[in-house]
Ligand binder design. Sequence first.
Ligand code: S3P
Length: 242
Amino acid sequence: DDIMSAIRQSHNTRHIFASFLQNCQGARPLLLFPLTICIAMLALMKASPKPAPRKPNPAAKLAGSIAARLDRPVVLVGLMGSGKSAVGRRAAKQLGIGFKDSDQLIVKAAGISIAEIFELAGEVKFREMERKTLSNLALASPQIIATGGGAFCQDATANLLLQHTLTIWLKASPATLLSRIGNTKTRPLLHTDDPLATLIRLDEERARLYKKAHIHLDTDGLSTYTAMMALLHALDTHLPRR
Ligand code: S3P
């Protein structure tokens, strides 16, 4: 009896197993599909290169140290096209401090362009607006300030900036300046027959005044980024270590 019931049981088990396999066969595509996807994903993950480790930003560490040591605004002076605005804006971003452009502030306050101020009110009036704008900015918190090219050539403005801020002269050859300026329409002083000759003359006249700046930086042949890095290194060297 025992033998017979064992045989029957094994027969039943075989029957159940066979019908399970039969059911599975119908569901085989359903089981295979997710499996194939998983294998394909694993293969892809292996094949795709690992994301490169982030390169440490060389400017970031330097900028952090400079920002911690800055106790006054940094004012950029120099001729038109020397990069005061472009380099200044980028340096400020890197240092995590504000950026102001004195020409832009004057334009905003006046509601007309620099060329129109020169035309309608004259250069003397423009210089007065420039001095007032910069005397407010000079006493503000550490930030980068781009001046108009003639600002530092006015004694009162230069003295104020030399006393309260850290001034940096951005130098470049007149030919480089002209290539950077491009459209001379926005620069009333360059509304001449020969803008290059005008820049050469302004360079000769003003160099002795720009020389008074605390730091001199030659930007000839430098991109905005490399000039910004040179500016950060100059600040790093100039500012006392804590
Ligand atoms: C000037 C430079 C200009 C602007 C104005 C006069 C100058 O500024 O302030 O046209 O006397 O050199 P940028 O140096 O920003 O062009």
